[in-house]
Design a protein around this ligand. Structure first.
Ligand SMILES: [Zn+2]
Length: 78
């Protein structure tokens, strides 16, 4: 039975789609990819594939670190 309420996960960076826990690139199988995109049109859930999730988190960490104080007074924790 197909669950038609489901949404299709798509990476907002490389536009890979998630099918059965695998991420499919359009170039890998344009026919299947196209069929899924059409079927789930309007029910796409934008997120990150594992590769870009990692990159996004690193970028997030980096920008946060940039805002952290570079130096803490030595007696700060005493
Ligand atoms: Zn991606």
């Amino acid at each position: 039975m197909e669950n038609l309420d489901k949404v299709l996960g798509i990476c907002c960076v490389c536009r890979k789609i998630r099918i059965n826990n695998e991420w499919l690139k359009e170039q890998d199988n344009p026919e299947l990819y196209g069929r899924f995109i059409k079927k789930y049109e309007g029910r796409l859930s934008h997120g990150y594939c594992p590769e870009h999730k990692k990159a996004a988190m690193e970028e997030d960490d980096k920008s946060r670190n940039d805002n952290w104080p570079l130096e803490i007074p030595e007696n700060y924790f005493k």
